[in-house]
Design a protein around this ligand. Structure first.
Ligand SMILES: *[C@@H]1O[C@H](CO)[C@@H](O)[C@H](O)[C@H]1NC(C)=O
Ligand SMILES: *[C@@H]1O[C@H](CO)[C@@H](O)[C@H](O)[C@H]1NC(C)=O
Ligand SMILES: *[C@@H]1O[C@H](CO)[C@@H](O)[C@H](O)[C@H]1NC(C)=O
Ligand SMILES: *[C@@H]1O[C@H](CO)[C@@H](O)[C@H](O)[C@H]1NC(C)=O
Ligand SMILES: *[C@@H]1O[C@H](CO)[C@@H](O)[C@H](O)[C@H]1NC(C)=O
Ligand SMILES: *[C@@H]1O[C@H](CO)[C@@H](O)[C@H](O)[C@H]1NC(C)=O
Ligand SMILES: *[C@@H]1O[C@H](CO)[C@@H](O)[C@H](O)[C@H]1NC(C)=O
Ligand SMILES: *[C@@H]1O[C@H](CO)[C@@H](O)[C@H](O)[C@H]1NC(C)=O
Ligand SMILES: *[C@@H]1O[C@H](CO)[C@@H](O)[C@H](O)[C@H]1NC(C)=O
Ligand SMILES: [Zn+2]
Length: 669
């Protein structure tokens, strides 16, 4: 993250001290959302829980004339008049005081002048707590004798009756509705304005909308949005299933239990995690790991396998299926935990390990399976299916001691269907399974403004959902499976017309090139569904043999004119990058951080100057609400417009997750 000197909690103390307490408006460095006073309670006010779910509490008292208060005290009250100190309330020992300090910049002027502000903190943490009784709770943190921070929490009752046996959660990373609309346009034929076929997403039972903002900034990244979807708690940019505290240790932040942890612990059925990203990336890894810093890939892989070792927490036995890219965390070397061979570490715990699609399809479905098919993110659908030569030059083999290409990579559908077979085979007691399957490179390709590759990934997701439904029907699980298809956040992408790419490339000035763009009546028809050779003029086209639901040609003369709300300097011809994923901007100074339009990217295009800080090499996420498509038992629970955290609570309802009975003595608190 760019503002690495800006911790996310406890900053308001500074503002109070400096007399700045004003409305919590958007500011470049301060993040007031989680802790608006000198004393902080995490989880903060407005937090919601499922009864029986696990969480940690972190308390912070920050800077007061340089000396933080160490005598703060937390009291909890339930709605029934019972009130007690935190230790009595949870029947736990008190925790030791921890102390640290952090610094941040007050604003951009302070950054430019390099004058950081220092904050001193006193803190306590209480781990692995549970509230079993549904209802409202009030928390009071007393500090500095007469100051208070208050918080209201809500604990939701579990649904008495489970309505779905299995849940499959598909995430099209960074997939706004505008991208689904554009994918439909290039993947499906129209006659006189009427589609002759539609997407699988168009044929789901229900649609809802979720709001994706994070706890303390209105634009989310994939880590804290995954946290919201999987735990029911909003978090901070870069944080994974924790609330970000201000301590230097990125692994001691207060944790909240994920749907996968709950599912494995309470129901005991198998759990699958599938992604086209590297598996340590935020969307897959947030399923069962906890840290403030999503970039700590190696320790996160270790957590995914072994669970939490530093502080007491619920037991995690590892996923039953773990598929994706990211071999750099498994091959022995600088990216792997302890620099050791992590394929062997998984194998030692009973996993079968596969590294290509042939081996994946042949794998024994009764075994826990690790499938790592490339280094970094996996190859894109367009390169695996249309511009296949691009795979050959790769140096991304997942195999130890191999620096060659990874030619035999599965697609999202191949991984997902095999995962279903493994989860079903491993579900010997018929408890049901939970799976998350991510089309990660919708987001990756939108970041680099490679619209065709992003839409290819989106059509692959839609095709995967279609094949999943057919497969579930075949194996007799469709009626008992809830399918959810949503995204974690949007991108500022939309289509506004067409582009005559031939005219654009020949025109000689930036201004005349722009006359190639057709808007309204001049936008004409999509040419992606027109069979090559049927146009009056011949052109170089690449034909994929992908069957229905994909374009017939990917690089037509009359292409989509699409744009992005936030981008670096970029040159645009609106043509498909046939030679591999796009690199829109390059650093102008080897040592610096000043991105200009990549002179080798679409050199015949016109220049559009950027809308982002010049240090940005890529486009960024956007604010838009995100559609939630559902099919199957419980799908009606996802109608309406709601916060992203409600996806977790609604999945809990469908699966009957949560409990009001305390293990052992049956006593409730
Ligand atoms: C807690 O809820 C009460 C009652 O709704 C409300 O008056 C109060 O402002 C809330 N406090 C916080 C800190 O949200
Ligand atoms: C425990 O914390 C240390 C740093 O304090 C970190 O290096 C290690 O990876 C953590 N382990 C887990 C499983 O999170
Ligand atoms: C965490 O709490 C659960 C009960 O809610 C308990 O079963 C488990 O053993 C605890 N974990 C540790 C490491 O104490
Ligand atoms: C890596 O190191 C950590 C911490 O020292 C240890 O807990 C873990 O077992 C090690 N993993 C392997 C595979 O050696
Ligand atoms: C796929 O993996 C299997 C098992 O590791 C190996 O025998 C086979 O040669 C691999 N195939 C390709 C095409 O790499
Ligand atoms: C792959 O490498 C060959 C030989 O270096 C080169 O001719 C070809 O253009 C490259 N192809 C791609 C797609 O980069
Ligand atoms: C990789 O190469 C090293 C050094 O030559 C060797 O010790 C090791 O066995 C090789 N590993 C595999 C999986 O081939
Ligand atoms: C277009 O292709 C057809 C069939 O290959 C060929 O006969 C014709 O000459 C081509 N036209 C042009 C303008 O190149
Ligand atoms: C516009 O973009 C070009 C190419 O990246 C760059 O050289 C130029 O400085 C930019 N102009 C502005 C005003 O940012
Ligand atoms: Zn994302």
């Amino acid at each position: 993250m760019m503002f690495s000197t800006a911790p996310t909690a406890a900053m308001a103390g500074l503002l109070l001290a400096l007399g700045y307490i004003s409305p919590a408006v958007a500011q470049t460095f301060q993040r007031l959302g989680t802790c608006p006073t000198l004393g902080c309670i995490f989880p903060p006010t407005q937090a919601e829980f499922i009864a029986g779910g696990h969480f940690d509490i972190r308390l912070e008292a920050t800077f007061n004339n340089g000396v933080p208060d160490e005598n703060f005290k937390l009291t909890l009250a339930n709605g029934k008049g019972y009130s007690a100190d935190v230790t009595s309330f949870f029947q736990i020992q008190d925790s030791p005081i921890e102390k640290w300090s952090f610094s941040y910049y007050e604003d951009l002027f302070a950054r430019d002048a390099r004058t950081p502000t220092v904050v001193n903190v006193a803190s306590k943490a209480y781990r692995n707590l549970t509230l079993y009784e549904p209802g409202e709770y009030q928390l009071t943190l007393n500090y500095y004798n007469n100051q208070q921070t208050l918080a209201n929490w809500t604990v939701h009752a579990p649904e008495p009756k489970r309505c779905a046996k299995n849940v499959i959660l598909f995430i099209g990373d960074g997939m706004p509705q505008s991208a689904i609309t554009a994918a439909r346009l290039i993947g499906h034929k129209q006659i006189n304005g009427k589609y002759q076929s539609t997407m699988q997403l168009d044929d789901m039972d229900h649609v809802g909308l979720q709001m994706t903002h994070s706890i303390d900034s209105f634009i989310t990244d994939s880590a804290n949005s995954a946290t919201a979807l999987y735990t029911g708690h909003k978090s901070t940019v870069n944080a994974i299933s924790v609330y970000a505290d201000s301590s230097p240790n990125p692994f001691d932040d207060p944790r909240v239990e994920t749907i996968a942890e709950l599912f494995q612990n309470q129901i005991g059925g198998p759990v699958g995690i599938v992604s086209t990203a590297f598996v340590a990336d935020a969307t897959p890894i947030t399923m069962a790991t906890h840290t403030r810093d999503r970039d700590l890939y190696a320790p996160l892989i270790q957590q995914m396998l072994n669970g939490q070792s530093n502080f007491s927490w619920v037991d995690w036995k590892g996923p039953d299926v773990f598929f994706g890219g990211g071999a750099e965390q498994f091959k022995p070397g600088s990216g792997s935990p302890n620099r050791t061979n992590y394929y062997n570490a998984f194998a030692a715990q009973g996993y079968q390990v596969v590294n290509n699609n042939t081996a994946l399809q042949a794998a024994d479905p009764s075994k826990r399976t690790l499938g790592i098919f490339s280094q970094s993110n996996m190859a894109k659908w367009l390169d695996r299916n249309v511009y296949t030569d691009n795979l050959k030059n790769g140096t991304v083999s997942p195999l130890v001691n191999n620096t060659g290409p990874a030619l035999d990579q599965p697609g999202l559908a191949e991984m997902t269907l095999k995962a279903i077979d493994i989860l079903k085979a491993r579900d010997t007691e018929n408890k049901g399974f939970f799976m998350m399957s991510e089309a990660a490179s919708i987001d990756k390709m939108f970041h680099v403004l490679d619209y065709e590759r992003a839409l290819g990934e989106l059509l692959e997701l839609d095709d995967t959902v279609r094949q999943t439904i057919q497969h579930l029907e075949k194996i007799g699980e469709l009626d008992e499976t809830l399918i959810i298809v949503t995204a974690d956040h949007g991108h500022g992408f939309d289509v506004f017309g067409s582009s005559d790419t031939k005219y654009l490339k020949v025109a000689t000035t930036d201004r005349t090139k722009r006359n190639a763009i057709g808007t309204y009546q001049n936008s004409g028809h999509s040419e992606y569904q027109v069979a090559p050779g049927s146009r009056p003029e011949n052109q170089t086209v690449v034909v994929g043999d992908q069957g229905p639901n994909f374009p017939v040609q990917w690089d037509p003369r009359y292409a989509l004119a699409a744009g992005f709300a936030a981008h670096p300097d970029v040159r645009e011809t609106y043509s498909t990058n046939t030679g591999g994923p796009r690199v829109p901007a390059t650093n102008s100074t080897p040592a610096g951080n000043d991105y200009i339009a990549n002179p080798r990217d679409q050199p015949q295009g016109f220049l559009t100057n950027g809308t982002l800080p010049v240090s940005s090499s890529q486009g960024v996420h956007s604010l838009t609400d995100i559609p939630v498509y559902t099919k199957g038992p419980g799908s009606d629970k996802f109608k309406g417009v709601y916060d992203s955290t409600q996806i977790f609570f609604r999945m809990c309802k469908v699966l009957g997750l949560g409990t009001t009975s305390r293990p052992g003595n049956g006593k409730k608190n």
